[in-house]
Design a protein around this ligand. Structure first.
Ligand code: FES
Length: 176
């Protein structure tokens, strides 16, 4: 994703929370071997996200102290790397391909149908965090265009009615 791109898990520094001691202790262990150099900060984000699925906002003050910087700098780094998520991942992730073959085969209509039925926009999640929509690039599976990936499983070629059924199933808690 592009640098500086916004996504639904952005949060404001005013939302700084007290850290859960167990969570902070686990994060401390995860990054124990890293230096305080800012070059290791991205490694820290990746390790925390790999285990927890996101970088909890409660971790920001600890990370700031650990990397000898300010919470604002940590927030800035999180905002810069759009692949770093700051909220728990949705129960089911639906990835919509924005590539040219999918677009030529009507993927915008697929996107509109899914957004309308699920009730959230691209790169957002439903209020209950059950389903999240993510924009992705072509990964070479164009023979399935237009497609989505549901929890990394390819679903395509899709018609609009297929997409509506898929979205309804997801909304009802059924896996595609
Ligand atoms: S353009 Fe969508 S998979 Fe290639």
């Amino acid at each position: 994703m592009g640098l500086g791109a916004r996504h639904a898990s952005r949060y404001s520094p005013v939302e700084l929370l007290e850290g859960d001691p167990h969570l902070i202790a686990r994060i401390k262990d995860l990054i124990a071997d890293l230096t305080s150099d800012h070059a290791d900060l991205l490694v820290a984000f990746h390790r925390v996200q790999a285990e927890m699925g996101y970088v909890p906002r409660e971790a920001v003050p600890f990370l700031a102290a650990r990397f000898k910087t300010t919470p604002a700098m940590i927030f800035g780094a999180i905002s810069f790397y759009s692949e770093v998520h700051t909220e728990p991942p949705p129960g089911t992730v639906v990835e919509w391909c924005s590539g040219p073959a999918c677009l030529l085969k009507g993927s915008m209509n697929i996107r509109r149908a899914i957004e309308a039925v699920i009730g959230c926009g691209m790169n957002e999640s439903t209020p209950d965090n059950a389903v999240g929509l993510r924009l992705v690039q072509c990964d070479g599976t164009c023979h399935l265009a237009p497609l989505v990936r549901v929890e990394h499983r390819y679903v395509g070629p899709l018609t609009v009615s297929d997409a509506i059924k898929l979205a309804r199933d997801l909304k009802e808690g059924k896996k595609a």
